[in-house]
Design a protein around this ligand. Structure first.
Ligand code: ZN
Ligand code: ZN
Length: 415
């Protein structure tokens, strides 16, 4: 249930300008922001919420999550019951929302069912931009078979993160299968990864013709392709073939940043997952062989972020945490804040993320016509990103699409 709400005496975080404006009023009607400014009047019957100078900011967007990854043993999840996986996803989605994420993009695993369940209010959580199953070649990053196993069950209803497909016809069909379910993007594997059993980090995956065929299918549906890649070699061949965003990008170089700019592509670093896998991956199901691969990309990740930022690449927030490590979702703010300005880190989780999702002006900023996804926090995140990383003590109010999801101020319990 939504009502008309006027937030008064707000310090408004302008994510576009990167400034904090005191003494602002924000009027919410239904699911949307109706008016913003110091002199906005409260309509008859509106609830007036005095923020007493606290910061009002847009809800956060995480552009790289796996809501189904209740374990870091991604191969094992494929053998679970879909009902069990959905139950674990419901718990994690609620936790994500209460960390301040009102929107997430799932880059492998989430389907239309879980996205609809959130949209219909059956499950509390961030709205989900899903891609269905991530596509990879035989022996690629979602091929979870150990070397000695020949068969694999690629049924669409297995709760696996991805789908193995080969050849131009095979990848076209696989892309169409995701798109017919309403996928917002098609996720593909352009290189090896950490949590897969038989590929190398420095491999390239899919032939150029296969990548082009998937891009072709996505663009025909007015969707886009996002690709998992580490090395400059893998990143560059993806960007040249029309891939619109690159996930991770830990080993990119100047040749890559030039291509990002030329193609208006996005980079979604996910540094926190490598830090946490190094710290507690073993505890949460990652094998020793996977942990060895992790060290290769961990150290390079921060340098890649600096290189991309310096070049002016559009950068989005991503966490990519698996299993019990997902509780560190907000720590990506801390890690990035050490090398790039706070305003840019905040943009990555708001306005820039909105551009990637095709939701510019709808999410990621407080402006008339945007969805009423709002957070009230204590302190100025532009001066100290720690304001965002301690939701238990500093996140006082969560509104999503005009609905109040958390209210530590008690503002909505009063008559
Ligand atoms: Zn990945
Ligand atoms: Zn991922």
């Amino acid at each position: 249930m939504t009502e008309t709400v006027l937030f008064d005496r707000a310090a408004l975080l302008d994510t576009v300008a990167g400034t904090l404006l005191p003494g602002q009023r924000v009027l919410v009607r239904g699911n949307e922001i109706d008016a913003v400014g110091p002199d906005v009047e409260a309509p008859d019957g509106a609830r007036v919420v005095d923020l007493e100078g606290r910061t009002l900011m847009p809800g956060l967007v995480d552009c790289h999550v796996h809501v189904n990854a209740h374990s870091a043993d991604l191969g094992g999840i494929a053998d679970d019951s879909p009902a069990y996986v959905a139950a674990t996803a419901a718990i994690e989605l609620r936790a994500m929302l209460h960390r301040g994420f009102t929107t997430v993009r799932d880059t492998g695993g989430a389907d239309f069912g879980i996205a609809d369940a959130v949209a219909e209010g059956l499950i509390e959580g961030p709205r989900i931009f899903f891609g269905g199953k991530a596509l990879s070649q035989t022996g690629g990053h979602v091929d979870m078979r150990p070397r000695g196993r020949q068969v694999s069950d690629s049924h669409q209803c297995c709760p696996s993160m991805g789908l193995v497909c080969d050849g131009v016809d095979g990848v076209r069909k696989a892309a169409r299968e995701q798109l017919r379910t309403g996928a917002h993007h098609v996720k593909i594997m352009l290189s090896g990864g950490v949590a897969s059993p038989t590929d190398r980090i420095d491999s390239t995956q899919f032939a150029i013709e296969e990548i082009r065929a998937i891009v072709d299918e996505a663009e025909a549906a007015n969707r886009y392709v996002t690709g998992h890649a580490y090395t400059a070699r893998a990143i560059n061949r993806g960007l040249e073939a029309g891939v619109r965003s690159i996930e991770h990008g830990n080993l990119l170089d100047e040749s890559s940043t030039e291509l990002f700019l030329r193609h208006n592509a996005f980079l979604v670093p996910t540094l926190v997952t490598y830090r946490q896998m190094a710290r507690e991956g073993a505890e949460f199901g990652l094998s020793a062989a996977n942990l060895a691969k992790n060290t290769t990309v961990l150290d390079a990740g921060l340098r890649a972020l600096e290189t991309a930022h310096r070049a002016g690449v559009a950068i989005c927030y991503g966490s990519d945490l698996l299993g019990g490590m997902r509780r560190h979702q907000l720590q990506e703010f801390t890690i990035r804040g050490a090398v790039i300005p706070a305003a840019d880190v905040i943009r990555s989780a708001t306005v820039t993320a909105a551009r990637l999702l095709g939701e510019e002006g709808r999410i990621g900023q407080i402006t008339p016509g945007a969805r009423a996804d709002l957070l009230v926090v204590d302190g100025n995140p532009l001066a100290d990103l720690a304001v965002l990383t301690d939701p238990e003590h500093r996140l006082h109010l969560i509104m999503q699409g005009g609905n109040v999801k958390a209210d530590r101020l008690g503002a909505f319990s009063r008559a």
